[in-house]
Design a protein around this ligand. Structure first.
Ligand code: HEM
Length: 382
């Protein structure tokens, strides 16, 4: 589709922003609000279930970095206090296949931020999932995709599964959803999207601390474009800790909460961590900004380590922490201008996250406010 040229600092001028993107984003906002209301409107519209709130240190060391990476957060040696929310994409039962989130919030971050309403906030968020690609290329194609999901999800959840897996307990329903997508998007695009969706939505990790996570969508790094990646420092299986008699113990022992249990058992006596990388863009063909269905291959955009995430021993799932994290708001747009989110899917997320988060906060009677480390200490204990 023809459109205006995207201007990401002149480096991706071959890519275009589809005509009418603004209006389509309005439609995605409507769809997201409708789905959120249908689910009760009190929890997040996506990734509603979390496994705990982890406190961490995000240690930046630019000493070995190329000059183009010494920008914004990565300019100088510094340690930021951080919060991490690990989540399921949609499932309440951790044993079922799903996509999983790692949302990181740095605190004590100096400098004006990109959101006008929150320009004085001292936070910066990174939002990652356990797959390197997203299954929708842009706002335009998000509409038929999410409408097909919503329509057939209403009929039977197994239909969605069948469409995604092209096999099934409900082959006819699955075929109907695939057919609806093919009718609106064409065979090649619809099947490419379903293929990636199938991979993204079929992860079955045994611990949130042993998966790799990717931003899937790109961000500025000064005048370059990057994607983010977090790699666990250990992939050891979580220790087999038994119930500890705490008020949370019974919830943790429920088989559907096995990721919460794994997070707790690893962090009970020992620490954990992740190395945090950027991948610098290598041009629009191999590393496009406007289509997150295209994974940035490490051979084209080798990962460069910019920080270490250090997680000390702690109890991540106390009642206080589980409640506190429910009321936090993560968005790729909690960002310093040097790291502004780029690409159509991120432009879409600007309005969607703001609207959905504002609604759930209003419904829960909780103010939308970015936390400081002192707020976390006060609400959850140091
Ligand atoms: C147009 C595309 C997208 C839409 C419409 C969308 C929508 C949403 C919404 C409504 C929320 C809940 C916001 C809140 O209530 O605070 C959310 C959260 C989330 N999304 Fe997206 N999203 C999109 C793309 C992505 C992509 C590409 C990723 C990949 C990293 C992603 C990962 C997440 C994660 C991990 C969370 C949970 C954040 C938290 O822990 O609070 N989303 N998304």
């Amino acid at each position: 589709m023809a459109g205006t040229h995207a201007t990401h600092f002149g480096i991706h001028s071959l890519e275009t922003i589809p005509h009418g993107e603004d209006a389509v984003i309005g439609k995605v906002v409507e769809i997201s609000i409708r789905a959120h209301e249908k689910d009760g409107g009190r929890r997040r519209g996506q990734h509603p279930k979390h496994h705990g709130l982890v406190r961490a240190a995000f240690r930046v060391d630019p000493s070995g970095l190329p000059p183009e990476c010494r920008v914004g957060l990565f300019r100088e040696k510094k340690e930021f206090p951080a919060l991490i929310r690990f989540s399921n994409g949609g499932k309440e039962d951790d044993r079922l296949p799903d996509v999983h989130g790692m949302a990181i919030k740095l605190m004590d971050v100096d400098g004006e931020k990109v959101l006008t309403a929150e320009k004085d906030a001292r936070t910066h968020d990174f939002i990652l999932v356990d797959d390197p690609a997203f299954f929708v290329p842009d706002a335009i194609d998000y509409v038929p995709f999410s409408e097909a999901f919503a329509k057939f999800k209403g009929v039977s959840p197994s239909i969605v599964r069948s469409a995604l897996f092209f096999l099934s307990d409900d082959r006819r329903g699955g075929m109907a959803m695939a057919a609806s997508l093919i009718a609106s998007l064409g065979f090649a695009k619809a099947t490419a999207m379903l293929k990636i969706a199938k991979r993204v939505l079929s992860k079955t990790p045994t611990s949130p601390l042993t998966s790799r996570y990717w931003s899937t969508t790109p961000y500025a790094l000064g005048r370059r474009a990057v994607k983010y990646m977090a790699v666990p420092t250990s992939t050891d299986a979580p220790p087999q800790a038994g119930p500890d008699g705490s008020p949370e113990s019974a919830e943790r022992e429920a088989p559907e909460n096995r990721l919460r249990k794994a997070l707790w058992s690893t962090l009970r006596d020992g620490g954990a961590g992740f190395s945090f990388f950027v991948q610098l863009d290598a041009g629009p063909e191999k590393t496009p900004v406007e289509n997150p269905m295209v994974e940035w291959e490490e051979s084209e955009a080798p990962p460069i380590k910019v920080a270490e995430i250090v997680i000390p021993p702690q109890v991540p799932d106390t009642r206080a922490r589980m409640a506190f994290v429910e009321d936090l708001s993560f968005t790729p747009w909690h960002a310093l201008p040097e790291h502004v989110p780029i690409g159509g899917i991120n432009r879409t997320r600007l309005r969607v996250y703001r609207e959905v988060s504002a609604r759930r906060h209003e419904r829960n009677g909780v103010p939308l406010a970015e936390p400081t480390p002192a707020d976390v200490d006060a609400a959850c204990g140091a």
